[in-house]
Design a protein around this ligand. Structure first.
Ligand code: APR
Length: 258
């Protein structure tokens, strides 16, 4: 059976499908990923952007905001692509228990999912918070301050350092989201990874949790991942075309069943 038909059959048979996404899902929306050739970490050193560094000095905060500004320039105009729309279709068909995403671009919500269906493990670039008092700002407001020459924005209320509401290396993972992600992964009967290199923990242990709890594991990714041997099915290639054909197949099979 061809892989698309096989994946469609498993989706039809599943009652608790969890989709797990990474930056590879958004490259077709014009947002660079991290570890492909030309990705963010081929242009910046991730060590410069860990949380301790951010707290340590004004200079490292300024450097962090330079990268954040570059990434936001790609995120702000981005629209959900065919892959996001296909995942939303699965939700609309009543097949999706949750989308667990490592992405910070908000494109799953823009594709139409109810916010409670989406778990943002690494936070979001769409708003900014004060690390001292927790005050929250819209990202566009802070982007304007950066464009007016502020190099490392501080809080209007308490003067504390502002940071996008994303999770940096070394920063605590969001408690509720992480717990919920493990719970749903352990309950899944089908766990589909789309567009992730599966090298960053703890996110990359979720497919393992799902597999250990008896789920089938499907990986749709352009490049090989460390979990390919564990997967029940690996479909190499671009997420947009693969997911579109997969959802078309699911819809055809649902029609046949009527
Ligand atoms: N279709 C399918 N796969 C793709 C596509 C595409 N259009 N574009 C890229 N990919 C694949 C790449 O082959 C790569 O394996 O997506 C994967 C993206 O991997 P990463 O760039 O490592 O992104 P991700 O797995 O989300 O990184 C996890 O690392 O830097 C941190 O916090 C950051 O959330 C991020 C985390």
């Amino acid at each position: 059976m061809n892989p698309i038909d096989q994946a469609a059959e498993w989706i039809l048979a599943s009652r608790r499908l969890v989709v797990f996404t990474g930056a590879g899902l958004s490259t077709e929306s014009g947002i660079p990923d991290f570890r492909s050739p030309g990705g963010v970490w081929s242009r910046y050193d991730p060590a410069d952007f860990d949380f301790q560094n951010f707290l340590a000095s004004e200079a490292s905060r300024e450097k962090y905001w330079q990268l954040a500004t570059e990434m936001y320039a790609a995120i702000r105009p981005a629209r959900p692509n065919a892959a996001h729309q296909a995942v939303y279709e699965l939700d609309r068909l009543g097949k999706l228990a949750a989308v667990i995403t490592q992405n910070i671009d908000g494109l799953h919500e823009r594709a139409g999912h109810a916010p409670e269906k989406i778990i943002e493990l690494h936070g979001t670039a769409l708003h900014v918070t004060c690390l001292q008092c927790g005050k929250r700002y819209e990202r566009d407001e802070i982007q304007q301050r950066l464009e007016q020459g502020i190099k490392s924005p501080v809080c209007d209320d308490c003067g504390g350092p502002l940071k996008p509401a994303t999770i940096s290396f070394g920063q605590a993972m969001p408690e509720r989201e992480t717990r919920e992600a493990y719970r749903l992964s352990s309950l899944a009967d089908l766990f589909m990874v789309i567009g992730s290199s599966l090298v960053v923990q703890p996110a990359a242990s979720l497919p393992l949790a799902a597999k250990r709890s008896g789920a089938r594991l499907v990986i749709i990714n352009r490049d090989p991942t460390p979990y390919d041997d564990l997967a029940d099915l690996v479909i190499p290639g671009s997420a947009g075309p693969i997911l579109s054909s997969l959802v078309e197949r699911v819809k055809e099979r649902l029609k046949d069943q009527r």
